[in-house]
Write a protein that binds this ligand. Structure first.
Ligand SMILES: *Cc1c(COP(=O)(O)O)cnc(C)c1O
Length: 405
């Protein structure tokens, strides 16, 4: 058996980052608000906003911080109910708890996307909706926006893992009132940690900027599109001066220096990630026990991992499959089977008692997750696919006999 590739090693950071970091180390100018203008964080914000097609961007310490600030910037009262898909990362309901609001979990189907029947049933009881495009799988944003717009309910997009994904030609993250992205190491752009919030709403952005830690008049260093002065934004800052808490969730210039040279790499990473994913998906789909859910029609994905469902396997066979793959060097995460998995809603015990979500639970018990970093070669992708198919043969042979089927 060939050696399985290391799927945790990241792509090298472009060399241009070195120069920028060296300059920062020389000057010691690591705080975003020290320089009168053009600090790396401010430049990142205007470059990111231009790239994604939005008026404003605010760089912060993580996507979780961006989600928290979004809820605060929407002015939601204490105990406001916020709908989220029940398939997401524990940090997402945590951001809602952090903002003194209450998560309402919505069922997710076998295609990893929001179950629209449950969504429509629960929408009348909530004050905001936070759509987590989990593992970059886009829920039906046309249906969701139509229902939320009709009800006057604001939508936050958790696009942490969706940078580069488009929906009907529009960038994911620009469809709701506010969008949030992550620069944590396992996302398309890697700064170790970091996040960014985007919106076209000047008042919302002014509130988020102040609460992120733009104390006194530091908000003057936040500009409108293309770094221009923006009268609407200036009025909003004046409106909120001294009226909001400062949570200090800022990004450091060092992080921005690592992120900026990666922005021009994004289009290539998206192209490679999608090609790699589709190549492995086609090979896995030759097996009757593996189903890779198709994207929705308006969706163009930007994957750096693959998710697939195991079909017709007992719990024991699922375990045997994961163990056989592991023994050959490929880690398969079955979301619902690994102990204390942070993406299984029943492990979010900090939320207190929650109603069961049988559809999401059933999906999580059969949904597998395998990392496919965009730098992998065809040979390496073949090795991963060979091992997964081989593991399935091993799991289904003895398992089928043991159960006398
Ligand atoms: C990574 C991730 C987050 C959290 O992002 P951080 O920057 O680590 O806070 C939230 N939601 C989803 C869907 C993610 O993939």
């Amino acid at each position: 058996m060939r050696q399985a590739p290391d799927v945790h090693q990241a792509e090298p950071i472009p060399a241009a980052a070195r120069e920028a970091i060296e300059a920062l180390l020389q000057s010691g100018d690591l705080f975003r608000y020290t320089a009168p203008q053009d600090a790396p964080v401010a430049l990142l914000e205007s470059e990111f906003a231009a790239m994604i097609g939005t008026k404003y961007a605010l760089a912060v310490s993580s996507c979780s911080a961006a989600l928290f600030l979004s809820l605060k910037a929407l002015g939601l009262p204490r105990d406001a109910r916020v709908l989220i898909p029940a398939f997401t990362f524990a940090a997402v309901p945590s951001s809602i708890v952090h903002a003194d609001c209450v998560p309402v979990l919505c069922e997710v189907g076998a295609d990893y996307r929001i179950d629209l029947a449950d969504f429509h049933a629960k929408l009348p009881g909530v004050q905001a909706v936070m759509i987590s495009h989990m593992r970059g799988h886009t829920s039906d944003m046309d249906a969701i926006m139509a229902a939320c717009d009709a009800a006057g309910i604001p939508v936050i997009e958790d696009a942490a893992h969706s940078l580069g994904t488009t929906w009907g030609g529009r960038n994911i993250g620009t469809i709701g009132r506010v969008g949030c992205f992550s620069f944590q190491s396992y996302k398309m752009i890697n700064a170790g940690e970091g996040g960014i919030l985007i919106s076209d709403d000047a008042d919302l952005v002014a509130r988020a900027v102040i609460m992120s830690g733009a104390y006194e008049h530091n908000w003057k260093k936040h500009k409108g599109p293309r770094g221009q002065n923006d009268p609407e934004l200036a009025l909003a800052f004046a409106r909120w001066q001294n009226r909001l808490p400062l949570y200090n969730l800022r990004m450091s210039n060092l992080s921005a220096a690592v992120i900026r040279p990666q922005l021009p790499e994004l289009a290539r990473r998206v192209r490679d990630g999608l090609a790699n994913h589709d190549y492995v998906a086609a090979r896995l789909m030759t097996c009757p026990h593996i189903d890779v859910p198709a994207p929705l029609a308006p969706e163009r994905r930007a994957p750096d991992s693959i998710q697939f469902n195991l079909v017709g396997l007992s719990d024991e066979a699922v375990q045997a499959f994961a163990e056989a793959a592991k023994a050959m060097g490929v880690t398969v995460q079955v979301f619902g089977l690994s102990t204390d998995n942070a993406r299984a809603f029943w492990n979010w015990q900090f939320l207190g008692d929650q109603p069961d979500l049988p559809r999401t639970r059933a999906m999580l018990m059969r949904a597998c997750d395998v990392r496919l970093p965009v730098r992998l070669t065809r040979d390496e992708l073949d090795t991963i696919a060979d091992i997964l198919l081989d593991a399935m043969d091993q799991a289904m042979g003895p398992a089928a006999r043991a159960y006398g089927t």
